[in-house]
Design a protein around this ligand. Structure first.
Ligand SMILES: Nc1ncnc2c1ncn2[C@@H]1O[C@H](COP(=O)(O)OP(=O)(O)O)[C@@H](O)[C@H]1O
Ligand SMILES: [Mg+2]
Length: 541
């Protein structure tokens, strides 16, 4: 589809669902607002559907890249009003499968071998198909059951085109929608662009899967399938097939007597452990990517797949996040405000008192609820919303974290409605902070940075010499400048004294000539001139 065709499709969808109604026509430049006033689409009746429904249907009509965008948008509850977010959450990323022969061609091209040599069996009817990839079941010659994920042919071109259009729309939204700037549309599209392009690269997804598997090897809380690298590339990913129960299938979980409370708590534990211990968290934790092992349901193990999107925080964000979460739950709003300033999330000139009061006013009503009803994710959303008013630029990694937390929490409460997140999180965070600042933790940090320090070591004498020389130079320059200032001051004083003396001389001269003019004390023109000159000189000083 050409660009022109896509633009006309968007125009069609906008008019069909009367999305023009969402535009603030007062903001349009004259000619455009006139166009909107008399535009032919006004003849279309305004649908009786809600604005959220209209946006959702429009996105569905625009195709899978837009649908996926809508899904992502639905998780930005820090930006979107709830009616639209709820409606967008209904979007389903279900796309008809593509021809399995095309899938086979891509696999053979990527792995440079005929399909029969690669797999003992390959099921041509896909297990699942979505906008970016589709998944086939297969068996290796060694007998292992696997799944093969294949990227949709030519999808990259479509994605790049659609993203360009999304950017154009975002700019319009920013300019012409009431509240458009606050929605940060360009930033949101940019974020989406990175996510969807990352998903396109299955080599990257495979690498993330391997890393996550390694990180959770020692734990019986999470199992991550094995990647078969000899059968994988940028467009093909072969991994161990898992046979867990989808986490959404609560009936099946209950039927095998799963310990639902423990399952919910383990979800929280996995999340905190990935964020704080591994600094590598699965950031696409929607229920479709989570399964539960059929083994030992009294000590349930999760199975995680689809590791395309991974989050990680900077060292300092990680540390400040832990302290912030603890401070919020201790209702120490002063500490929360100060921490935000300390770590540079808000500018140093922030009025801490005002910020503290703003945080208090959003958090207090939440804490009136019983702990099982308090949403951690929602608290973070409110906190970031408040901090935005105080010029906080929320980093994408923190947004990802907040979205994941919201998912984990939603999932946990589906499984076990009385889930008390805080009782799992608090001891975890306290232990983590303690360990980090224990002698052992400090030694570990020291060891981590030791190679860099050693690398710097040979440069230290030279750097010290440079530093000393610079300091000396600066000191000399300062002295010179001080001297120059003193000289300037002196000459200014001298000039002032000379002016005063001249003025006095002129005054005396004027008085003297008047004295000698004995006939009368009336001043003559020359005396007037002397007097004026004297006054002028004095005033000028
Ligand atoms: N290792 C696996 N074992 C069994 N089923 C899998 C496996 N990986 C994916 N699937 C099935 O394929 C579906 C889509 O896979 P996923 O990796 O989530 O792709 P997408 O990125 O399109 O969401 C999953 O919901 C699951 O049903
Ligand atoms: Mg998935």
């Amino acid at each position: 589809m050409s660009r022109l065709q896509r633009i006309s499709k968007i125009a069609h969808v906008v008019t069909r669902y009367r999305l023009d109604k969402l535009i603030d026509t007062d903001r349009l430049p004259g000619s455009l607002s006139l166009l909107f006033a008399v535009g032919p689409w006004r003849l279309f009746p305004e649908p009786t559907m809600s604005r959220g429904e209209r946006i959702r249907l429009a996105l569905e009509e625009l195709g899978p890249v837009f649908v996926k965008f809508g899904q992502m948008l639905s998780t930005r509850r820090d930006l979107l009003p709830p009616d639209i977010a709820d409606e967008l959450a209904k979007l389903q990323d279900q796309v008809p499968p593509f021809d399995s022969q095309l899938a086979i061609n891509i696999i053979e091209q990527t792995l440079a071998q005929p399909i029969a040599e690669l797999y003992a069996e390959f099921d041509p009817s896909p297990l699942a198909s979505a906008s970016v990839a589709q998944v086939h079941a297969a068996t290796l010659h060694s007998g292992e059951e696997v799944v093969v994920k294949v990227v949709r042919p030519d999808i990259e071109k479509v994605i790049r085109q659609d993203i360009k259009l999304l950017f154009s729309i975002a700019k319009l939204v920013e300019k012409y929608l009431p509240d458009g700037k606050r929605l940060r549309p360009v930033e949101v599209v940019d974020d989406y662009q990175h996510t969807i392009l990352d998903e396109l690269d299955l080599q990257r997804e495979g690498a993330n899967t391997s890393q996550l598997r390694r990180n959770s090897e020692q734990s019986d809380l999470l199992y991550v399938p094995n990647v078969f690298w000899d059968y994988s590339g940028h467009q093909v990913l072969t991994m161990e097939r898992i046979h867990g129960i989808p986490v959404t299938d609560i009936e099946a979980l209950k039927a095998q007597n799963t310990n639902m409370k423990l399952l919910a708590e383990r979800g929280v534990e996995i999340f905190f452990s990935q964020v704080f211990n591994d600094n590598f968290f699965h950031a696409d934790m929607h229920p479709g990517n989570i399964f539960v092992s059929r083994e030992h349901p009294d000590q349930p193990t999760y199975i995680g797949i689809d590791c395309a999107i991974i989050g990680s925080l900077s060292d300092s964000d990680q540390y400040y996040l832990a302290r912030n979460l603890l401070a919020i739950f201790q209702r120490d709003y002063r500490a929360v405000a100060e921490l935000h300033v300390e770590c540079g999330w808000v500018p140093p000139y922030t009025r801490v008192n005002d910020f503290e009061a703003a945080i208090r006013s959003v958090c207090e009503p939440i804490f009136q609820k019983p702990i099982s009803e308090i949403s951690f994710g929602q608290l973070l959303i409110y906190l970031f919303q408040t901090a935005r008013r105080f010029e906080m630029e929320v980093q994408p990694s923190l947004v990802l974290l907040q979205k994941t937390l919201l998912n984990i929490e939603g999932l946990g409460r589906e499984l076990y409605p009385q889930l008390d997140l805080w009782s799992t999180a608090q001891p975890f965070l306290e232990t983590w902070l303690k360990q980090r600042y224990s002698p052992k933790g400090i030694y570990r940090q020291f060891k981590k940075y030791l190679p860099e320090m050693l690398e710097l070591l040979p440069h230290i004498p030279q750097a010290t010499q440079d530093y000393l020389q610079n300091t000396k130079q600066i000191r000399t320059q300062l002295q010179e400048q001080q001297q120059r200032l003193a000289t300037l001051e002196q000459s200014r004083n001298k000039r002032q004294r000379r002016t005063v003396l001249t003025a006095i001389t002129l005054l005396i001269a004027a008085a003297g000539t008047a004295w000698f003019n004995e006939q009368s004390f009336e001043l003559q023109t020359s005396q007037w001139l002397l007097l004026i000159a004297a006054i002028a000189l004095l005033l000028h000083r």
